[in-house]
Design a protein around this ligand. Sequence first.
Ligand SMILES: [Zn+2]
Length: 453
Amino acid sequence: MRNLLSILTAKTLIHAIKLTKTGSGTNLPGKIALKISPHLLSYLVKQNKKEIITITGTNGKTTTAGIIASILRQDNRKVVHNQRGANMLTGITTAVAESSSITGKMDSDNCVFEIDEAFLQRAVDEFNPDIIAVTNLFRDQLDRYGELNTTAKKIETGIEKTLAKKPLKLILNADDPIVSRIMENSAIEKVFFGFEELTLLNQDEKIKAPQESVNCSCGETFNYSKIFYGHLGYFHCTCGVKRPQPHVRAKATVDVNSSTLYINDEFEVKVNLPGLYNCYNALCAITIALSAGIPINTIKKGFENYSTIFGRAESLELNGKKVLIQLIKNPIGATEVLRTIKNDENGKLFILINDNYADGRDVSWLWDANFELLSNYSKTAIISGVRATDMAVRLKYAGINPTNIIVEENIQKAFLHALDNVQEHEKLYVLPTYTALLELNKIITNPSKNFIR
Ligand SMILES: [Zn+2]
């Protein structure tokens, strides 16, 4: 009875939020539903028929989860997916309540949940994943999560709790020295994915995202024979620890707006997403799909039908102007986006930096992102958000002419100005932090603003 009441409440709230378009509202219905019936999530997810797939890690969760959901749907499976990126328990509960019937029936073949890396250990109290994929671990929002090894330990706790109940499969990034060593001494089934070779087209090959130094558990710093980006690559340590041999290995040709992946020298997948970071997301999704027994042709179709989720590299047209929105939240991810912008001579910049809790309070990471890539940028750059001034200073130090930098703290004013400032042949690159993205979303979807899409 409690379950039914809480589903009804959640559904009513989801509906009300949609009608009033107040914010993204992905957490509130779940939060209230869990208050009424604390184990609603567990009750509903138990009805799922095939694999429960969870994706965790610092970068790429939303994209990876979106791709795998698209692939599974191509296999005619019914998928429940927390697609709006609300990746704590409340957001997942909202997604599950939304897709269940009013009588508490959830008719799904697969659940695809992206889960915040610090919350996996709590989430597995409510459901038992069959597959856990870890994309990568980068330093992100240090004030919230602490060191990488601590985050890896939290993920291990979640895996161990699940293993105590049932077996599961781990999908791990072989190129990430922290991720590839998760559950190192356990007999749990692991499937590694990694790149063998990357060819960058139309890009300056010498540019790499800043490398973060990562230490081996013996205390030494890892050495690399190849670095792909950040600390991802062919790592090895004097103590004998090295990159594991991946089961799903890829060569990739990476162009500015798309890439081609060659998997295990067997088949080719076209990825219509910008940047090397999305090649990793694609490879992770392919590995999950192969592990769930999806045929190769279905995987390819899943990529053809994948459309990105708001804010995670979303291309749209507003009032006839081309706009690309890409969330930035840490130096590695931001640098990869900057590299894409550097190669587009018709690109214009709009950066929004907030420092609310969900953004991470410390904005010093802006100094670790390689804004120097934009040193030849000679158009107007509009900067907004609570920390707009810090961002402007960062751009000046990166070599951008101060007379080209316009600071407007009010996000709405800044956005309208930025949009006006874009010519027909140009593209506006919008780089917001998380809460700035939510504000921007409200502005774009507000009917009274009359944006033509
Ligand atoms: Zn070592």
